[in-house]
Design a protein. Structure first.
Length: 192
């Protein structure tokens, strides 16, 4: 979960300071990119979504209300753009696999063997996440992969707490089933 940029920087950006907005972008871009990558699984598509998200943020920044976290507002924009992307492109194959390890996930894998195992796990999580329905996928990404609180995820998704809890429950259950099945298949494949 990102730490928002300093309030004075945000306020300067709302008053039209391009330098302050550049600082806001530099501060929040890695997090927006991480969310977009997890939705799309493609670096180029994620970059396009993040670029559009910041264009929209700049355009609507004068309407910003300080009682709403800027990070929550940005997440809402990114998630909505990701939903639009997923709706417009019904595709299951990916050009590039993007791992969940991007500086916000698994740290210091240790040995090359552990690194390989972690990459395989990350890839399995990513593939399983792609099969979730859009709302469950969004809730799972924001809560479990990005570490947003329930309230922040509700605000970012415009979802009431009950719906969030229900979607997260079903997403976690599906993820568990898919990962268990994958690892059981792999174990059976390699046993003598």
């Amino acid at each position: 979960m990102p730490i928002p940029p300093p309030t004075e920087t945000i306020l300067r950006a709302t008053r039209g300071s391009t330098q302050a907005f550049r600082e806001v972008v530099e501060w929040l871009q890695p997090y927006a990119y991480s969310v977009a990558c997890r939705f799309t699984g493609d670096a180029d598509d994620a970059e396009d979504i993040v670029q559009e998200a910041f264009v929209r943020l700049w355009r609507h920044l004068p309407d910003y209300k300080p009682e709403i976290k800027l990070t929550t507002w940005l997440y809402r924009i990114v998630v909505n753009l990701c939903f639009d992307f997923l709706k417009s492109r019904h595709r299951r194959q990916q050009k590039n696999r993007i791992g969940l390890v991007d500086g916000h996930g698994i740290a210091d894998p240790g040995t090359p063997e552990k690194e390989l195992q972690q990459r395989e796990l990350v890839d399995a999580i990513h593939r399983a996440c792609e099969t979730l329905p859009p709302k469950q996928r969004a809730v799972f990404i924001l809560r479990d992969l990005e570490g947003l609180s329930a309230q922040e995820a509700c605000e970012a998704l415009s979802m009431d707490p009950g719906a969030l809890k229900s979607n997260l429950f079903y997403a976690r259950r599906q993820m568990g089933e898919k990962l268990r099945a994958l690892y059981q298949d792999n174990t059976n494949h390699f046993s003598l």
